[in-house]
Design a protein around this ligand. Sequence first.
Ligand code: PMP
Length: 382
Amino acid sequence: MFEDELNKIAAYQGLRKVEPFEYRKGPEILINGRRFLDFSSNDYLGLSQDPFLKQKIGSVFETVGMGSGGSRLLGGANSLFEQLEYELSESIGKEASLVFGTGYLANLGVMTALSQKKKTIFFMDRLCHASIIDGVLLSGSHFFRFRHNDPDHLERLLREKSQTGKRNVVVIESLYSMDGDLAPIEDIIELKKRYDFILVVDEAHAIGVLGKEGRGAIEDRTREAVDIIVGTFGKALGGYGAFCLTSKVIRELLVNKARSFIFSTALPIPVVAWNLEALRFMKGLDDRRKRLSELSEDLREFVKNDLGFTTPGQAQIVPVIVGENETTLRAQNALRDHGIYLRAIRPPTVPKGTSRLRISLSSVHSKETLSRLKDALRSVEF
Ligand code: PMP
């Protein structure tokens, strides 16, 4: 019975496989005893291995152990959470914040807490992450999806489908995880002058990497107009967990309505300690951000000019949109033969016909690692 189901999945989209590795170190990853240059991780600032952070939190484990003991509302509210939330609000610039178990749980919690079932309507970008889609579906509210990064289409939907007296919610990402392109946030904020809506922006891939002191893609002067920002510790901050930045009143609503917050064990304390130290540390890493941005620009030019592929984005996620599944998988495997590790991304994670190699750059990469990647890409027959 289960085999039949798996066979159907295999025929429809191919089966997903977990590929274990031994360890990561700098730009390298060790898989089955073989070293590869790694272009697959979201550890954009190399913080997950940072010696300074490791040394900083080494003693925390000695004193507090691991588990938090319960959900934040039932025995798991170590005061370090409050400290982390205070510093998140202060350093990124929002009135209040709330820590969640993961970004997936944060999006589930935000969408369901904002929803009052039939009194709420969601408008989300067509390329929004699965956790946003799942949250909206779980909320049981009506929803509409607008064309990717198309504020005109969003405006048309708002004009035709939003309703006064209902809670209209627009959800976007600031830096899209599979295309590496930035949302027209200012244009979407502009729509707030003509339509009444709550704006949620998922900054999972941008916080730590973009903006002054890593505050994200949203400009300081416009952050006020964004009602909820979702961020994660699992990517540029090299930790685990996630957070929302918002107003005090929305935070209160989340504490009382977001079931993924209420009914789930709070993060382990050493992880909270790591997240806090990483948050403090990332502010001073403008030099790494600059290097990462230069590497990204260099690779993007190469993908366009030398390989002849369109690559839509502007930041550290550089997709090579190959198209067909088989060709993309073949390219992925050919790159492995050249010692390059990256992942082919296929539908349903991305739209049909847009299978791609997702190149994820990090500040641990250098011009030299990039030129090894370029040589390998040149030798692939697409
Ligand atoms: N939002 C976006 C845009 C993401 O790309 C991801 C993770 N891929 C998440 C949320 C989920 O975050 P986490 O991995 O912390 O669950």
